[in-house]
Design a protein around this ligand. Sequence first.
Ligand SMILES: [Zn+2]
Length: 228
Amino acid sequence: MRKISNILLNCWFPRVCSSCNRSLTIQEEGLCFYCQQYLHVTNHFHRKNNVLYLQLGYRMNIHSVQSLYFFQPKSIEQRAIHELKYKKNMQVGNFFGKEIGKRIASAPWLQDVDFIVPIPIHINKERERGYNQAQVLCEGISAETKLPILKILSKRTSGKGATKGNRMERMNSRKIDFQLQGSIPSSIQHLLIVDDVITTGATLESAFNEIRKQFNGKISVVSIAHTF
Ligand SMILES: [Zn+2]
């Protein structure tokens, strides 16, 4: 039922650029080609030892971590991600998912990924929004790579909106608590966690630690953007 309503939501949404509002051509999805030129693309999918890996790798034993874009305030990526998270714009989520998928296909260290795992949002937030944005990204990635989606995490608390204060204050102001649903098959060697934006890394660390309770294989991470 939710799948059907998501499809309707996607079809109903006007086909305009999520940044400049221009009508999209049949070849464009979510963002027009003009705006796509101005995204702040990273080199993460070409370089395993990238800046994000160097920042997060010492906190958790991840195999790799990569974002598509550096998150810049008032940028095209910021407007597009806002549309995905708060304006029910799933088209731009599909676009980002497919862009991530194309890069996964060319990164040698991601060729043995078995499943992609969306970071969940609280069920109340998902009902209100109509979808989980990380699930939309996973569907875009899957369309490009044929990788199957494994929904093994649920979120137990809604947390507080961490928008004020410095990074440490924001980290301490909310309690992120994920829970594994069921068991992870022993045949799985490499899981790829999918998140929208990496800010403090606290959400990721919490999800990572929960998966690690049951899984000793490789864990990698992809996201649309990162803020540091
Ligand atoms: Zn545009």
